[in-house]
Design a binder for this molecule. Structure first.
Ligand SMILES: Cc1ncc(COP(=O)(O)O)c(C=O)c1O
Length: 328
């Protein structure tokens, strides 16, 4: 087991399921296809940010914080899961949405209120301006005698996925599933960099395939390298090196851009739903799963080298994506 000198507040007692995609294998006429179900967690409909929240909460509680402060779009998975994690840890939660308050955006943010968070809409703004705004709100809270912790440090959040790499390796060894290739979305970077760092700590048992859902390759690679460097420093492990040869970038699935649907993404959603009964959504998981199916079929990976889709969750977003579908 990988351990770090950073407090961890346990939200997940059990590993998430690792399962063969038996019906999809039959449909595609090949074997060696697996799914790691980080969409399948017992809290708030699950998702990758719960692993990060174990470390963000650990840091917040170490600082004796009494309120978690988090920013994101109304549909943000990070906001929803922070609201739930705060409720579990007995902390308050203030969510700041960088969007206008409308019926639609209030509906998209509904689950945050279910989990008891206070929600503030501050109008549309870019991420840099939002970061400044959050700092101002944190200052206001401090002046009112509160002790806010701003959720989102990339390096702290990334620790969750270093742990996930170790979890996947021990599961694949225990089950005898020969997993060599792992596919996940390439986005802001903490999940990916954490997994790649964990993989490096373990001696690189996996080839890591990042399917970009947000940035161009140079930007994405720079994000990974920066967070990886921060992890070396933060964990006191400068000798753990980023092996570029084990990280593969897949840039052909982004389509018109972040959160915008593609035809192959829609096909991926419908295929997985209709073979395995598992949901994906357009923003984070449909495009990587489209890449997964292509890799399964294009002969680039030996059947003996298992191919695993790391499902990072985000499924609740599907409920506001109905208008993005063309064929149903
Ligand atoms: C479901 C889901 N998958 C993947 C990601 C990307 O993770 P990261 O920001 O660590 O790159 C996110 C980010 O919010 C997400 O919600």
């Amino acid at each position: 087991m990988i351990q770090f000198p950073q407090a961890r507040y346990r939200l997940l007692e059990q590993p998430t399921p690792l399962a063969p995609l038996a019906r999809l294998e039959k449909r595609l006429g090949r074997s060696g296809l697996f799914i790691k179900r980080d969409d399948h967690m017992p809290i708030a409909l699950g998702g990758n940010k719960l692993r990060s929240l174990e470390f963000w909460l650990g840091a917040a509680l170490e600082e004796n914080a009494d309120v978690l402060l988090v920013a994101g779009a109304p549909v943000s998975n990070q906001c929803r899961l922070t609201a739930a994690a705060a409720a579990i840890a007995g902390l308050d939660c203030l969510i700041v949405h960088n969007d206008a308050e409308t019926d639609q955006t209030r509906r998209s943010s509904f689950l945050n209120r279910v989990f008891g968070a206070e929600v503030r809409f501050v109008g549309a703004m870019c991420e840099d301006t939002r970061a400044v705004r959050i700092e101002e709100i944190a200052q206001e809270l401090r002046s009112a005698g509160r002790r806010p912790y701003i959720v989102g440090s990339a390096v702290v959040g990334a620790l969750g996925y270093a742990v996930a790499a170790a979890e996947l390796l021990s599961q694949s060894e225990a089950s005898g599933y020969p997993i060599r290739h792992v596919i996940l979305p390439g986005s802001m970077g903490p999940t990916e960099a954490g997994f790649i760092f964990g993989n490096a700590l373990l001696g690189n048992p996996f080839d890591v395939h990042l399917v970009s859902v947000e940035y161009g390759q140079a930007d994405l690679a720079a994000r990974i390298a920066r967070i990886f460097g921060e992890l070396q420093h933060y964990t006191g492990k400068p000798d753990v090196k980023l092996d570029d040869g084990r990280v593969h970038y897949h840039m052909d699935y982004l389509g018109p851009g972040y959160a915008l649907p593609t035809t192959v993404g829609e096909n991926a959603i419908l295929t997985l739903a209709r073979t395995e009964g598992i949901l994906l959504e357009h923003t984070y998981t449909a495009k990587p799963f489209a890449a997964f199916m292509d890799m399964a079929m294009d002969g680039s990976i030996e059947q003996a080298e298992g191919l695993c889709f790391l499902h990072t969750g985000g499924v609740p977003t599907l409920f506001v994506q109905n208008e993005l579908f063309e064929t149903i």
